[in-house]
Unconditional design. Structure first.
Length: 103
């Protein structure tokens, strides 16, 4: 990490927080940030992407992809919370210890 970059990240986050919601909804999160946003591990997120449970990601290249915040919010609102919690709990029971150490 470049020295001083944490301060610039803080400024970027503050600037982002001051933007209108319509603009924030277009921000793209990578897998790590998306997993944190959804309260999942990165491994759980990948599994949900492979199983096509999540909305399709935006592809930047063969290996890089992400999700718009607005798409994730819309998906959360469309999916019954019980269903999301049930699938997350199932994956945690099945892969729990492995996922926590692999992330």
């Amino acid at each position: 990490m470049v020295e001083g970059s944490a301060g610039s990240e803080d400024r970027s986050l503050r600037a982002l927080a001051s933007l209108p919601d319509s603009i924030i909804r277009h921000r793209v999160l990578g897998p790590k940030d998306t997993a944190a946003f959804l309260g999942l591990t990165v491994s759980q997120l990948r599994r949900m992407r492979i199983d096509e449970i999540l909305p399709p990601p935006i592809r930047f290249s063969e290996r890089r992809y992400g999700w718009r915040i607005g798409d994730l919010i819309d998906w959360i609102n469309a999916v019954a919370p019980d269903e999301f919690d049930r699938r997350s709990a199932e994956m945690d029971r099945e892969f729990g210890p492995y996922l926590r150490t692999a992330a």
